[in-house]
Design a protein around this ligand. Structure first.
Ligand code: ATR
Length: 290
C-alpha cells in the first residue's frame, strides 16, 4: 500500500511573518550547494491567522521540514503531532520535521546557545548570570543554562517584571532550579546585579536593525573587565550593547554563532547530514560583519 503522504520533495523552508530579513534561506541553500545535496529552502510569509492552513499545505505537499520564526514559535505547538522534551519545556519550537504527515517540533536555539557559550564554560559555570529579556529567547537561554552550565544564580531582568516573575515560577517548578531572581529593567537597581554577574546576556530585540543606536542598557560603568557579554542579536553583529561592554574590557560574543548552530542542528534533523559549519559561518560573517 502506498503511504498517504510523501516527504521526499527535498523542499525545506521557514514560516514566519514578516520573513524577508531571515538569513536561514541563505545558510541552508548554501549548505545544500556545498554538500551537493538536492534540497531547496524557501521563505514562506504566512499571515498570522493562516498557520493551520499552512501546516495542512506542508503535509499535503510533502515538504520535508521547516523552521518557524516569529510570531509562530509558541502557537505552533498545539498543531504538531509531537514535540521534543526540551521544546516542550521551553514552550517554543523553531524547527519541524515532517515524517509522512506527522509533524515533530524541536527547539534548536538551545544548540546555538550551547555552542556559543561552551568555550567559556569554565569561566562562568558555578557563577552568577544575568539575562535581559523574558521572551522566547530568554526561555531557551534559561533552559540551556540550567541544563548544561549550572550557574549559581540566574537574574532575569525585564522591562515588564511580571513576565520575568512568570518565567521564574515556571522554571523553578519545571527544572527544580531555585536560584532565579527577577528585576525590572531599571538602570540604578540593576547595576549591582550586573556587576556581580560573570555572564550577561541580551535576550531582547533591542539594538537590532534599524535601531542600531539602541541598547537595553545605556548607562556607562555597567560592564566590567573579564565579564562575558553575549548579545543574541546578530544583525548588526556589533550592537551598541556589545560596544559598551567591549569599551569596559568585557569579552563580547555576538549572535552569529547561535544563528549558524541552530541552523546546523535543524539541517541535520532534516537531511541527516552535517552542515559545513565553518564555511557557512564565514559566509554569514561576511554579510554581517563588514
Ligand atoms: P523573542 O521570542 O525574540 O524573545 P519576545 O517573546 O517578543 O521575542 O520577547 C521580547 C523581549 O524583549 C521581551 O522581554 C521584551 O520585554 P517586555 O516583556 O517588557 O515586552 C523585550 N523588549 C522588547 N522591546 C524592548 C524595549 N524597547 N526595551 C526593553 N525591553 C524590550
Amino acid at each position: 500500500m502506498q503511504d498517504k503522504f510523501h516527504t521526499n520533495t527535498n523542499i525545506l523552508g521557514i514560516l514566519g511573518h514578516p520573513i524577508k530579513h531571515s538569513y536561514s534561506p541563505f545558510m541552508h541553500n548554501l549548505a545544500a550547494e556545498l554538500l551537493n545535496l538536492d534540497y531547496i529552502y524557501l521563505p514562506f510569509d504566512v499571515p498570522q491567522d493562516s498557520l493551520k492552513d499552512a501546516l495542512k499545505g506542508i503535509i499535503a505537499l510533502g515538504i520535508t521540514g521547516f523552521n518557524v520564526t516569529l510570531p509562530f514559535k509558541e502557537g505552533i505547538i498545539s498543531y504538531l503531532h509531537s514535540v521534543s522534551e526540551e521544546a516542550a519545556i521551553i514552550g517554543s519550537v523553531n524547527t519541524v520535521v515532517n515524517e509522512l504527515g506527522k509533524l515533530t517540533g524541536y527547539n534548536t536555539d538551545t544548540t546555538g546557545i550551547y555552542e556559543t557559550l561552551a568555550p567559556y564554560k569554565d569561566d562562568f559555570s558555578g557563577l552568577e548570570v544575568s539575562i535581559i529579556g523574558a521572551g522566547g529567547a530568554a526561555r531557551a537561554l534559561v533552559y540551556t543554562l540550567i541544563r548544561h552550565f549550572k550557574p549559581s544564580r540566574i537574574n532575569i531582568i525585564n522591562r515588564t517584571e511580571q513576565k520575568a516573575e512568570s518565567l521564574k515560577i515556571y522554571f523553578t517548578d519545571k527544572m527544580k532550579y531555585e536560584y532565579i531572581h527577577t528585576y525590572e529593567l531599571f538602570p540604578h537597581e540593576i547595576i549591582p546585579v550586573l556587576n556581580s554577574s560573570k555572564l550577561i546576556i541580551n535576550a531582547t530585540s533591542v539594538g537590532m536593525l534599524p535601531d542600531t543606536d539602541d541598547s537595553p542598557i545605556n548607562t556607562p560603568k555597567i560592564f566590567m573587565k573579564n565579564q562575558i557579554v553575549f548579545d543574541t542579536v546578530y544583525n548588526p553583529a556589533d550592537t551598541r550593547f556589545l560596544q559598551l561592554a567591549r569599551g569596559e574590557g568585557a569579552i563580547t560574543l555576538n549572535g552569529i554563532k547561535m544563528l549558524v548552530h541552530q541552523g546546523a542542528r535543524a539541517f541535520e534533523l532534516w537531511t541527516g547530514q552535517q552542515m559545513p559549519i565553518e564555511a557557512i559561518y564565514d559566509a554569514v560573517r561576511k554579510h554581517l560583519e563588514p
